[in-house]
Design a protein around this ligand. Structure first.
Ligand code: B12
Length: 283
């Protein structure tokens, strides 16, 4: 299978899809680009001793594919040539030469037919009679076989997809982690929000440092949606700062939340608070 890629760095997605659908057939992917000459490419291909060569044909490699196929027809007339890709368009006035050199042309998305197309090319398809060793003249009977690949069964696909989407979401893996984001709650206490309370004020009261408020946020993320909007009567969980700093895992998750909150504080125009949050992670 040959892909002549173009200027933009990319890999031949189409041929990887086809190779995955070839079953047990032995096949190789040769990727190159427009800088490789047809002679060099033919050399490289024939080293593999192929019985069939499949070309992926796009607008950016059409000429290179035609020149390579023309050469192959001369120097390796027994190798069967298959083409496919968006630039294989029967009846196209510009891109018609490809059909003169190909034994089989596949039109459309070929995953479903690849196995058959290549198996037939290998085993059953009669080789076109060559008129001389170096020249191949087509007669009306020697037209390239055209395989129209049926469009993929998208309805079935989307139906299955919809069915999957309509399933209820799976339960979260670990409710403890979801609610606490890794904080240890063993020595925590409950605090009911009073009028005038702020999260950093509560942190100052319990931790003597308002910039540790993310620890309360971690433990109370099931009730607090916005750290700037506490509501009177909210029941907050206040974890022990000491217990969380002593445990390396809990400390790591606290540090990552402090850094997240530092970014948020900067966005909200509070660079001083952001710096204090970051400073904790350097302690
Ligand atoms: C992603 C994409 C890009 C990406 C990456 C390209 C890449 N090669 O991976 C980027 C952004 C880089 C890109 C750029 C360009 N693209 Co573009 N791109 C696409 C897009 C949207 C998807 C390509 C893809 O991966 N499809 C999925 C694969 C599996 O499908 P497929 O390539 O068609 O292959 C199937 C069949 O064609 C067939 N098949 C393919 N090869 C072979 C070989 C054999 C032997 C057989 C039997 C069958 C077979 O079977 C495959 C599996 O079903 C298509 C449009 C589309 N919806 O397909 C345009 C498309 C490929 N791009 C196109 C164009 C024109 C370009 C540009 C030239 C645009 C420009 N003017 O700059 C550039 C240059 C490309 C380059 N490589 O330098 C055209 C090509 C037209 C043509 N007749 O060849 C397309 C078809 C869009 C369009 N309708 O105009 N593109």
């Amino acid at each position: 299978m040959v892909a002549i890629n173009a200027g933009y760095a990319h890999s031949a997605f189409a041929l990887r899809c086809l190779l995955a659908n070839l079953g047990t057939q032995e096949a190789r992917l040769i990727e190159t680009d427009g800088d490789t000459s047809p002679v060099e490419l033919c050399e490289r291909l024939l080293k593999e001793r192929p019985t069939v060569i499949g070309f992926s044909v796009y607008i950016w490699n059409y000429d290179a594919v035609v020149r390579t196929m023309r050469l192959l027809r001369r120097i390796a007339p027994d190798v069967r040539l298959v083409v496919g890709g968006p630039n294989v368009v029967p009846g196209d006035e510009v891109a018609h030469e490809i059909f003169e050199y190909a034994d089989t042309a596949v039109v459309g998305e070929a995953e479903g037919v690849a196995r058959d197309v290549f198996a037939d090319s290998f085993r059953h398809a009669p080789l076109v009679t060559r008129h001389s060793k170096y020249e191949r003249r087509k007669t009306k009977d020697e037209r390239c076989g055209i395989v129209h690949a049926p469009p993929p069964a998208l309805e079935e696909f989307t139906e299955n997809m919809l069915e999957e989407l309509n399933q209820p979401p799976p339960p979260p893996p670990d409710p403890f982690i979801r609610h606490t984001r890794g904080a240890i709650l063993d020595d925590s206490i409950e605090y009911i929000v009073q009028p005038g309370d702020t999260l950093s004020g509560i942190a100052r009261r319990f931790y003597q440092d308002g910039s540790y408020y993310p620890l309360i946020l971690m433990a109370s993320s099931d009730v607090i949606s916005d750290p700037d909007r506490l509501e009177v009567g909210m029941r907050l969980t206040i974890p022990s700062l000491g217990t969380n700093l002593e445990d390396s895992k809990a400390k790591d998750s606290l540090w990552s939340v402090l850094l997240d909150m530092a970014i948020l504080e900067e966005q909200r125009g509070r660079p001083g608070t952001a710096t204090r949050l970051r400073n904790h992670t350097r302690e």
